[in-house]
Structures are given as C-alpha cells and as structure tokens.
Design a protein around this ligand. Structure first.
Ligand SMILES: [Zn+2]
Length: 336
C-alpha cells in the first residue's frame, strides 16, 4: 500500500516527509504497459518518472496549497516531456513522451538535456482559480551554478528550492518497476510561510527572504540532519519499510510524527481526464481541421496519455462540438 509520513524534529527548525509509492506507482506503469501504441516505458524513463512522481508527492505534501502541483521536464533528448501531477488529496498521475531509442544506462542528461536545452518547471495550479489568473510557475535549467549538467533529479529540485524559496532542502529519490520513493528534509523558513505557497499568493515578504537567505547553509541542526538523510541509499529507499528507514537514519533525533497517510487517504492513482475536456481540445483544433480528420479516418479518436482511456468522437459528436449551445440537439432521445 502506498504511504506518506510527515514528521518534525522536535525543537529544531527542520521538517521531513517520506513517501513510498507501491500500488499507485505500479498502476501508472501498468496502464502505460497496456497501451498498445506506446508500450511500457524503457527502464531509465520509468526510473525518472517514478522519481518525479515521488518528488511531486513530497512537494505537494510539504506545502499548504489547494490545487495541483505539476512537475514537468521539457527535454531535448529522447524524452520530450515528462509530467507528474499531485493533488492535495494525494491523487497522482504521470506520463512521459519518448521518441526514439535510448541506452539502457541512460542518465538524466542523456534523456532530457542532450543539447543543453532541457528545463524543469514546477507549476502550482489553484483549484478554484478566477478566470484569467495564470498558475504560478517556476522554471529552472538543468545546470548547477557552475554550468555543469545536473546528473540527478534530486539535484535539480534541491537547486530549485534553494533558488526559488531560499530554503535548504535535501531530497533522496529512487524508483524501479515496483516502488517509487523519496525522502525530503527541509529547513523551516525563518518566519511565516516564505515558500512555494508564499510565492503563489504573493505574501512572501522581502524581509523574510533576506532572513532566510542569511540562514542558508548555516543552521547546524539542519546540516546534521541533512547529512544523515544523504546517507540513505537507493537500495535502502526501495527495499526498506518507512519505520526502518526513519529509525536507521534518525535514531538519535527526537521525531514528532504525524498520522501516516495511507489507504483511502494516502497517495493513489487518479486521472482527471474527461470527455468534456477532449471536446474542448477538438474545439481548439478548429472546425476545418476536425473535419479533415473525420474525412480521413471516419472519427476523431483521442487517448489520454495519463490513464490510457480512449475518447471517440464521430461526425455527429463533432458537429455537436461546433454547434452553438442554443442550437444543440439532445445527445440521446428525450423520453416524453
Ligand atoms: Zn486520463
């Protein structure tokens, strides 16, 4: 069962979240594998996407924000785009578009940053947004401050957190074909909530930023805990249960644990696609292009990249999409 645990280090300005996705992650992989057009992800892509899904879950759990957290990598190598989305109820979905072959031992730069054009974006999309408001988005290149290509997703995200939130963050991520897991350790902001949600709502004050910046790398408690967290190996993260990991890493620290989130309240797969959204997309194509597709193929078929569901619109359905609302005929006969 997939699970998420939050904790605080008693009396210290440090918090942590650990996530272990099993059934939720296996569901994402199984849906992809059963898609006859794409087939299963190559192992390095599955590993990247699993790490992204774990990271999106950790980041969503770590902020107070009523909306989707979407982690995207726009690649310039064989992986054109990879997306992981986590909602406040810990529903998750993820997908990646892969074109061409990639070596079995492909690393992050080989997949998404071959020509130095790859980038990573983190979007906070509010649930109840007013018309015209654009979601908050932060974009980072896949390089460190010295211009070196970052080799791991955790490095990219740590770099992002430091740049955008002025918060020291340690991330350990790992994924295989059964488990996607991650550990996040973060120094608490000096004052208020000067992190992602602050950036989205515009409440992040300059003074807080400055105070936080002064603290970067200087908090001894955080540094000690971060070093402990960094000793966690990929193998341990994938194979050990949460209790064992926390005990092994932090047996000398006093942890304040929150109620674990698992089962119905835990991380789970869910897709928000629907026929209405696909209809909207077809409307976006314009009537001419839609009719061309109809003439060529008989109907318009759109598959959801996240869950694999197929939506089919025949000529009548399509005509309906382009008919002004008042002139629509009912989709099914009305019983008198
Ligand atoms: Zn879907």
């Amino acid at each position: 069962m997939s699970e998420l645990h939050k904790f605080l280090f008693d009396g210290l300005p440090v918090r942590g979240v650990i996530v272990r996705l099993t059934d939720a992650w296996q569901e994402i992989l199984a849906r992809r594998a059963s898609n006859t057009t794409t087939g299963a992800y190559p192992p390095p892509v599955a590993e990247l996407l699993g790490e992204m899904t774990a990271a999106a879950t950790l980041m969503q759990a770590n902020i107070k924000f009523n909306g989707s957290l979407i982690l995207q990598i726009f690649g310039d190598g064989p992986v054109k785009v990879a997306v992981a989305e986590a909602k406040p109820d810990l529903s998750l979905r993820a997908t990646a578009k892969v074109i061409g072959e990639l070596p079995a031992d492909a690393r992050l730069p080989d997949m998404v940053n071959e020509n130095n054009k790859g980038r990573c974006a983190i979007t906070l999309d509010p649930k109840d947004k007013l018309p015209g408001t654009t979601p908050y988005q932060g974009v980072v290149p896949l390089f460190d401050d010295d211009g070196e290509k970052l080799g791991k997703l955790s490095d990219v995200l740590q770099h992002y957190m430091l740049q955008s939130e002025q918060l020291d963050t340690t991330l350990v991520l790992a994924a295989d074909d059964k488990v996607a897991a991650g550990l996040l350790i973060q120094r608490l902001p000096v004052k208020g909530e000067g992190n992602l949600e602050g950036a989205s709502s515009g409440t992040s004050g300059k003074d807080h930023d400055q105070a936080n910046e002064d603290q970067i790398g200087r908090n001894e408690d955080y540094n000690r805990i971060s070093i402990l967290a960094s000793t966690l190996t990929r193998d341990e993260l994938l194979t050990l249960d949460v209790e064992t990991i926390l005990r092994r890493l932090f047996w000398e620290e006093k942890l304040l644990r929150f109620e674990p989130q698992m089962g119905l309240l835990g991380p789970h797969f869910a897709c928000t696609c629907g026929r209405d959204r696909v209809a909207q997309m077809i409307r976006g194509l314009g009537v001419q292009e839609a009719e061309e597709i109809l003439a060529e193929r008989g109907d318009i078929e759109v598959g959801c990249d996240f869950c694999g569901k197929q939506y089919r619109f025949d000529a009548v359905d399509t005509a309906q999409i382009f008919t002004p609302p008042g002139d629509q005929v009912p989709a099914s006969p009305v019983v008198q």
